[in-house]
Design a protein around this ligand. Sequence first.
Ligand SMILES: *Cc1c(COP(=O)(O)O)cnc(C)c1O
Length: 434
Amino acid sequence: MKEIVPTPPAIVQSQFAEVRELFNRYVVPSYGRYEIAFSHGAGNHLWDVNGKRYVDFGGGIAVTSLGHCNPEITETLVEQSKKLVHVSNLYFHEPQGRLAENIVTNLAPGKVFFSNSGAEANEGLYKVARKFGHDEGRFEIITANNSFHGRTLAGIAATGQEKVKKGFEPLMPGFRHVPFNDLEAMRAAISPATVAILIEGIQGEGGITPATVEYLLGLRKLCDEKRLLLMMDAVQCGHFRSGRFQSFQRILEGHPAEKVFLPDAVSMAKSLGGGFPIGAFWVRQEVHGVKLCDILSPGTHATTFGGTPLGCAVANKVFEVIKRDRLVENVRTTGEFLKQRINSLAEKYPAVVKGARGMGFMLGIELQDKDGIKPFAAIDKPAAAQMCARLHEAGVLLIPSGNQIVRLLPALNLGHADAEAGMDLVEGVVRRLA
Ligand SMILES: *Cc1c(COP(=O)(O)O)cnc(C)c1O
């Protein structure tokens, strides 16, 4: 794709200050934002209001799955918006049915409910679990330490991180956390009130940590023994980012259990809409003798916006392009290239980089402790945050994950040339720090 770098007009010097001032005055200050205001994007590049160009390895936190301002997404938005944008869920329309079919075809027999965000998709999972356990008085859901499940009140109760809960007590009851990838801890935590287990296939906010094969298979067995639901939050790690539609499919690849392992419910959002806000959860056809996919009967769950014709048309286009352009193969090969580049950084500059984490296009660069990196030691900010600021100066966008990891969540169509150019910028920053 041809990209034109705009020449910054003289007035842009004040443009950032102006945007910043609007936020100071009018926007709730709940985010610790970086001092950049973007004006436009194309493919894997973004431009700020001063005309500076950035390679985008963050993908708007794993959202812009086909890059910025993808012409096919734009066309779909325009065409569908001329036909039908919204009708509510009082009625039927084809795009929602087709999108549900796409998800089921790529996952397994079951049914899909559409929401507007990841947190809302997870809310659906909690309600499925509560409905499933209701008549037996079971309601408790066990999640993992360092997990992230969204910022609603149930979401912060489900999330295994103290920082999201602080100041919002009393928390919604019915959630407990145990160490991730520790099967015995999970087994020990199950009580007579437990109804479900919820984990991410690859923890995103907690440091790019994939579940192990033994953990996934062990949890399935545990859920079968104790009549629990195994639920997976695939909001960040799903939608082909791992190199398969779902991360558990990639993790179990080549294992005899690959063909039989299945969670009972999966939430999704982020990459699903390629930038258009849409979330969803899939529920398995049947488990423990219950037709789980029909457990939310008419009147039990609803949303006004969920699964609009516009959002679903875009998400269907994303599915179509991923398949047509064989983006899964791209995620695997380019993902492997990125991972090798990160590993070579660790070899060349061990004083700064510890190593690579993750798989496909969900990768982490693990940094040394802040106090171990000389220029970082003097500043009272985690290494990951300081590193991201330096990378921004160099013209490449990455995202912190925890205190010591910066992550890459690029568009699934990130090509080799952009991947290489971005990694050269990353390497330049690491070299200067070392
Ligand atoms: C981002 C994220 C969420 C929350 O999604 P929102 O769209 O921000 O509500 C939930 N779970 C995981 C794993 C996420 O990465």
